[in-house]
Design a protein around this ligand. Sequence first.
Ligand code: AHR
Length: 666
Amino acid sequence: MKTGSMILAFCSLTLGLATVSPGQTRITVQVDQPGAAIRPTMWGVFFEDINFGADGGLYAELVKNRSFEFPDNIMGWSRILRSGSEGYIYIERYPQEQTNAHFLRMKVGKTGQGFGVSNGGFRGMGIQEGKDYRFSVQARLTEGGPMALRIELAGQGRRPLAEAKLEGFTSQWQKHTVVLRAGSTDARARLNLLVEGSGTLDLDMVSLFPVDTWKGREGGLRADLVQMLADLKPGFLRFPGGCIVEGRTLDERYQWKTTIGDPADRKLIVNRWNTEFNHRLTPDYYQSFGVGFYEYFLLSKDLGAEPMPIINCGMACQFNTGELAPMDELDPYVQDALDLIEFANGPADRGWGRRRAEMGHPEPFGLKLLGIGNEQWGPQYIERYKVFAKAIKDKYPDVQLIAATGSDATIFPNGPQEIEYLWSQFRKLKADIVDEHFYRRADWFLDNAHLYDDYPRDGSEVFVGEYGAQSIGVASPDNRNNWHTALAEAAFMTGLERNADLVTMSCYAPLFCHVDGWQWRPDLIWFDNLRVFGTPNYYVQKLFSLNRGDRVLPVAVAEPATTPDGKARFYASSVYDETSNEMILKVVNATGEPVRAIIQTKGAKAVGLQANVTVLASDDLNDENSFEAPRKIAPVESRIPLRSGEFRHDFRPYSMTIVRLMCQSR
Ligand code: AHR
């Protein structure tokens, strides 16, 4: 530890002691006994295309059904037939077999006041004043002409938000591009394509993107949404799901190879969340794979997060059909997994590594973690897991495999017994990492902050791969991201941190949610077509991640504060940051009363003269953040002066507090 430039108060812990009153809460941190290493992967994020997470969200494409490949090929589009115009539109097929099989044909007799087509985007299109939007289309003129296309971004007002014109169509398919600058803002704009001239014009891959995407990549990701992830500094990115990995049937499973290469050739499939919940039917939800595996790897790299793909293991979603690939037909599934590792890590001059290089990334992505299935259970899973594990470990012994333990034990058939069975198998198999999911009421998280204290430590690490406190019930449409749920998660996370020798990774689920396009709540980050805000749960995740530290420090809480019914609702965990030489203490006071506690840093030879304190709190457990008040519950920082390594601190009712204190151990 460097001491030269730091102001340290060398303290004898017998001096300046805070007086301890009977019954007073005491938090003792053993600074000179650093324990398990906290992995860089401890706090990560889990991305799934649910709630318009990718299409309509992270993927900045504003046109829905741009390639006319939805099963209802015209879904999302409507005809514009203004006074005096004559013509019709219909869907045509390319003569040759191809992934993008359909296109739109417009036969125009008279344009009158306007003839064309209109697209309403994903619950409207978010258009911002002064921003540029890149429109592109594949088009050809098959009859008549000359014809032109007037592109209009239409808002609620009479005047378009932006206009442009494309001309020069020929009998050959060609890509035409124009950039439009928006004169005003509208969260629910439409794209109108109005034809000039008479004849037949064919259109395909009709696209509109903001020019300002994340890192300015053309056809890229929504910058504001990625920024929210970047601010979390996640240790890993788990993708692409979730149940969408499994699909309702095996045909509808996620197949990474169909999600790379030219976006126009990526095979669209239904999104499994499309009609999953009767209470939130979303029949226009499809996966365009504009965000595919290449983009996920790139995003992981941008975020400084370990990529963690999850692959289908020959099992469709067991909450749906549970369709199984027979054991003697598993080879293609296993080969997909092996090829994926080659795509991520292989040399740039051959095989799947070459495909990666052709897409623009010759350097390997450094894949180290791979999930075998999402929420699978039963002996059928174990049989399949073994085949995958053998094949992958034989070829890539360094890739760590993640095994599933079904879903939350309370929601799948015979959950607790199944989980016990799966664990017993994984112990025999010496599985690297075992994934557990929790979607429970807030009180369960408060009651289970010590869940992992007594877990067997016999080889496999634990990944808490999905969790979120449900204010009403699992995936209830009435669930709220209120302060109660966030505080309960914070309490639970102190338990994850204290057990970092066993729990090496964790992430909240689901991640994103479009305010008009969701299926599942609660969710970490809410957005509409123009705005985004972090829930209180988001700030809890962020505080843990930004205060990750390197080693667990032992913490004891004496006389923890209790609720009126006698439940201990006061939690603490601590880590040491070896770069900044700080002890980081995390405290959750889940009682409705202020708690005056004594903090003792035991084994410290010297401490800083002040501590940095960050508090996340609200007096009302029902409080939430919103577009109107996005930081109603957000971290507030302050500094407190110190005279010694033992001091008193008042913890607010219903609060999470981080204390960072320069500390040198004996
Ligand atoms: O996070 C939402 C869903 O919950 C995930 O897709 C699935 O793994 C779990 O059941």
